[in-house]
Design a protein around this ligand. Structure first.
Ligand SMILES: *Cc1c(COP(=O)(O)O)cnc(C)c1O
Ligand SMILES: [Zn+2]
Length: 419
């Protein structure tokens, strides 16, 4: 993995100061003249590179496009996205026992997940390369975001979902925003295999996180966190804990840190430890970290209530594993029960998240108990999607409605008797 170094000479193929580099073999490609997702030579993952990297002073405005100096365009197909809250959670902070705990609630994006940050950039690139039919495989949130941003960009959208395994809120979004929903008899990894094939055959423009431009938009999660800490606390968080599915977000945060280090906006010692959390039933990244592998082994049978991270073959592992290792972070797996407990604890702070999102807090709890995370650390947990994405999971985790008579006296009697 010699090609994660950002110090390259601007290649001849780059007219705009933006190009694509293969992280495996270093081959370089022009970014917008042809549709391309992986390396022509070795099929390795591609990364977006820039002739100029911005510093903190270059950012102005709000949301994802505040950071246009770190993105391939200065505007996108926008709803708008980003600028999500960074919540203090005092009870959780005290219970887990860290110096400072903040929750970055990505569920507060326009379609209710961080996927919007990648989609605003990805759909802009689709316009640039001149395609008109967009597609993704999805555990749900990518399809909701693609459907909304595709509608906004006036493009046709096709989403492939694993039949019966997508939370109700997400299917509803994809449906109402006008995507064609193809329910595949198979799991997410099968859906991704098919959509990659369709893209290779030129039938659709792929907007999964294999598309390197999606990750550019998702870098802004890291930029928002670091900028808030800089201006409000004068510090940098020691650790960022996040749920991991395809490991796109992990890869995006790592790229954010590398670019900031290269531009002098962050010192190498200050880079937060990237800490990934998976569900026990779908944990190839946690396995690879534990075993010291430089790749993940595909898990054929995956199962977890946290459907957004029910993924057995994380496509961004070659970008994310070095990120976890080189920042001094780790990856861990938690049970569905631990995830539901964390979902309740977040809800008790007023922060409503879907199950996958709560994995970050469940993982932090586990790592703090094991002593992997120190008590003097400043930690940010990402919560990736909104509670209303998965109303069934919320109903299972929450309290049951209590039937009462239709009169005030009846309600008062009931409250007296049941207290
Ligand atoms: C997509 C998604 C994830 C997984 O993110 P990756 O970048 O694929 O690792 C986690 N949580 C939610 C809610 C998601 O929608
Ligand atoms: Zn290559």
């Amino acid at each position: 993995m010699a090609h994660l170094d950002l110090n390259e000479a601007v290649p001849a193929c780059s007219e705009t100061g933006v190009w694509l580099t293969c992280i495996e073999c270093g081959a370089q490609f022009a970014p917008f003249t042809e549709v391309r997702y992986t390396c022509d030579d070795c099929d390795g993952l591609l990364e977006v590179r820039y002739a100029d990297l911005p510093t903190w002073d270059d950012f102005e405005g709000r949301g994802v496009w505040r950071y246009d100096a770190a993105l391939p365009f200065d505007e996108g197909v926008s709803l708008p996205e980003g600028d999500t809250p960074l919540h203090a959670v005092p009870e959780l902070e005290a219970e887990i026992g860290v110096d400072r705990l903040r929750v970055k609630h990505e569920g507060m994006n326009p379609t209710g997940s961080f996927k919007d940050r990648g989609m605003t950039v990805g759909v802009r690139v689709a316009q640039q390369v001149g395609v008109d039919r967009l597609a993704c495989a999805s555990t749900g949130n990518t399809s909701a975001a693609l459907a909304a941003y595709g509608a906004r960009g006036r493009m046709e959208t096709l989403v492939l979902l694993p039949a019966g395994k997508v939370a109700a809120g997400k299917v509803a979004q994809a449906s109402l925003h006008g995507a064609r929903i193809l329910e595949v008899d198979g799991n997410f990894d099968t859906c991704l295999d098919i959509v990659q094939d369709l893209a290779r055959r030129g039938k659709v423009y792929l907007l999964n996180s294999l598309n390197p431009f999606r990750l550019e938009g998702q870098k802004t999660i890291g930029l928002e966190i670091l900028e808030r800490f800089r201006t409000e606390e004068g510090t940098v968080p020691d650790r960022i804990v996040l749920p991991v599915g395809n490991a796109g977000n992990t890869a995006a945060l790592y790229k954010c840190f590398r670019e900031l280090v290269a531009s002098g906006g962050l010192t190498p010692e200050d880079v937060p430890k990237l800490t990934g959390v998976q569900a026990e039933g779908a944990a190839p990244m946690a396995e690879a970290i534990e075993e010291g592998w430089d790749h993940t082994e595909r898990w054929e049978d995956v199962e977890t209530r946290a459907t957004a991270i029910r993924i057995g073959n994380p496509v961004n592992a070659p970008k994310a594993l070095p990120g976890i290792r080189e920042t001094g972070g780790t990856a861990v797996a938690v049970s569905d029960e631990q995830i539901t407990d964390a979902q309740r604890a977040l809800a008790g702070e007023g922060v409503g998240v879907e199950p996958a999102s709560a994995a970050s807090v469940a993982g932090l709890r586990a790592l703090r108990k094991q002593g992997v995370v120190d008590g003097d650390e400043q930690v940010v947990c990402l919560t990736t999607g909104h509670l209303l994405k998965d109303p069934e999971a919320a109903a299972v985790a929450g309290s049951d409605p209590e039937p009462v008579p239709g009169t005030t006296d009846g309600v008062l009697d009931y409250l007296r008797e049941s207290s």
